[in-house]
Write a protein that binds this ligand. Structure first.
Ligand SMILES: [Zn+2]
Length: 442
């Protein structure tokens, strides 16, 4: 009897607990709103308590995006959220459909392409409702180094700092975000490239914002890049794996390695990051016709392999290697069959020593340097048509400065104006040092 009463009591308690933890009707709420502006897009993220149930529509004159969240109660003062975005003026509530939902209005500065989707929790974030606003006026701001090499174009290297904004990439044990490390290395690499006559960098992202993966290749393609280098840091569930690796990106399922890689969901989801739109867009990534693929693939792939091999040679001098040979990967998400594309995993952020190193300025600089040296060497050896590198190779004219030589002396000897030599070598002054190797234009 006593036992039975106790039993009944505990049953009642369980029922009561179940009742109290059952969601009341308007149980969801917005915990915070984050705005990630980039030059052409803005991502607005609503951090939700539970998976959002939503519908949305757009209005014009003035442009607005209206989102109805059902089973959700008001929590934040939306008008207090500051927006630096070129597309988003601000947020506010409007009259909801019913008393169990809220209506959020995004006031836009201009009509924008909108995508709204929910994201499941991935560390460090919980449930999210994501709004991607894309500028309809595609005046992409790409910083262009003034080409001072006359008729000869620069070798263009598109540099893609992995992840960004809402998508932190992998997170190290000490709390480092991959997105910050990749951006730092990317900037260092760009700086080296832009200091080099005959080369120019294009940064796919230059700040802490997310760029859609299809968009990344599009930017590379639009800037007529000769090579796309994507910078990442690896991660694994255990702290042991370490070392850098270089991946050749292709759309073709070229070998068995690739098959295995595709099964490595760990890695795959890491690269997909928080980008649900990528999954949505994977089909559209295959818009390229087989003909185009076949035409450009062989050249692209062989270039990618060769550059990767060069990079591994130099990375080996500054860091441990995870894999000694280029790895093949078919990332529908980051490939551009017409542009040689490679992905450099600069080390394992999940390995405590490497995480520490990746946070060290000097180490990142030496990683960037070794990538640069390898890429420069490759393109000097195999220069694309029409580039300064191609001309210099054809003329085979470089000059190592010896004691007593000056610019004017060399100008006379090669019958080229001093100004041309200075322009081609990016020289600010007339001073040259002994041992310096100068390119001598026609
Ligand atoms: Zn990554």
């Amino acid at each position: 009897m006593v036992n039975l009463t106790r039993h009944l009591w505990s049953l009642l308690l369980v029922t009561l607990l179940a009742l109290t933890s059952l969601p009341a009707l308007a149980e969801n709420k917005v915990d915070s709103v984050r705005i990630w502006p980039s030059p052409n897009n803005t991502r607005v993220v609503f951090d939700m308590q539970a998976p959002p149930e939503y519908t949305y529509f757009t209005l014009s004159n003035p442009s607005r995006l209206v989102i109805d969240l059902s089973g959700t109660k008001k929590s934040l003062d939306l008008t207090k959220i500051k927006s630096d975005s070129k597309l988003l003026k601000g947020l506010r509530y409007s009259n909801a459909k019913d008393n169990q939902s809220i209506r959020v209005v995004l006031d836009l500065k201009e009509a924008a392409d909108t995508q709204v989707f929910a994201l499941a929790p991935t560390a460090p974030y919980g449930n999210r409702l994501v709004v991607d606003l894309g500028s309809k006026s595609e005046n992409q701001v790409v910083a262009v180094k003034q080409s001072n090499t006359g008729a000869h174009r620069d070798v263009i290297i598109a540099i893609d700092a992995g992840h960004g904004g809402e998508d932190p990439g992998s997170i190290g044990r000490a709390g480092s975000y991959e997105k910050n490390i990749t951006l730092s290395i990317a900037k260092m690499l760009a700086e080296r490239i832009d200091r080099t006559p005959g080369m120019r960098s294009v940064m796919i992202r230059s700040g802490d914002y997310y760029v859609g993966l299809n968009k990344r290749t599009e930017i590379a393609r639009r800037s007529k890049a000769d090579l796309l280098i994507s910078i990442h840091a690896d991660a694994f569930t255990t702290p042991q794996p370490h070392g850098a690796s270089v991946w050749v990106l292709s759309m073709r399922r070229a070998n068995s390695e690739l098959g295995r890689w595709m099964e490595n969901t760990e890695k795959h989801s890491e690269l997909l990051g928080g980008a649900a739109e990528v999954i949505q867009n994977t089909a559209s990534e295959r818009y390229l016709t087989q003909a185009l693929l076949d035409m450009s693939m062989d050249h692209s792939l062989s270039t990618s392999y060769e550059v990767s091999r060069e990079i591994l040679k130099d990375l080996d001098k500054v860091t441990k290697l995870h894999k000694n040979d280029p790895q093949a990967a078919s990332l529908a998400v980051l490939t551009s069959p017409d542009i040689p594309s490679i992905l450099v995993e600069t080390g394992f952020i999940s390995n405590p020593t490497e995480e520490k190193n990746l946070n060290w300025d000097k180490h990142r600089q030496s990683l960037a340097n070794s990538i640069f040296v390898a890429v420069e060497r490759y393109f000097k050896r195999v220069p694309p048509d029409g580039t300064l590198f191609a001309q210099v190779k054809r003329d085979n004219r470089t000059h190592k400065v010896s004691s007593g030589e000056s610019l004017s002396l060399l100008a006379q000897r090669y019958n080229v104006p001093v100004s041309r030599i200075k322009a081609v070598n990016n020289l600010d002054s007339d001073i040259v040092r002994i041992g310096q190797v100068l390119m001598i234009p026609q």
